[in-house]
Ligand binder design. Structure first.
Ligand SMILES: [Zn+2]
Length: 110
């Protein structure tokens, strides 16, 4: 499968998705360059992992909302302690996941 990157905004599309203009930045089709095989392989290989990180971030955000509800509920100190820890761990996991995805992007794994 062939992939093309918009040289203006970086959007990557499959061959069948190309239109007259970039759907993100409106650059003309001529601004799309085919990815070399190594870069295309990185793109394909990393897509699943990046989707997993997106799902992880979404799931962690649910944990943060649960933790906030538990802290606000304030049933007793041991409960608040668990929910406070949950919130702290969730924040750390989210930041780790975002940093990893940023690292992927900087290495062309996107
Ligand atoms: Zn573009």
């Amino acid at each position: 499968m062939k992939f093309y990157r918009c040289e203006v905004c970086g959007l990557i599309l499959e061959e069948g998705q190309l239109e007259d203009h970039c759907p993100k930045c409106n650059a003309p089709r001529e601004k799309f360059a085919e990815l070399d095989p190594e870069t295309a392989e990185k793109h394909v290989r990393s897509e699943y992992t990046n989707d997993l990180y997106a799902n992880l971030i979404h799931t962690v955000e649910k944990l943060e909302r649960i933790a906030d509800a538990g802290i606000n509920d304030n049933l007793d100190p041991s409960c608040v302690k668990i929910f406070t820890r949950t919130k702290a761990y969730s924040k750390l996991l989210k930041q780790l996941a975002k940093a990893e995805v940023a690292g992927h992007i900087s290495k062309g794994k996107w």
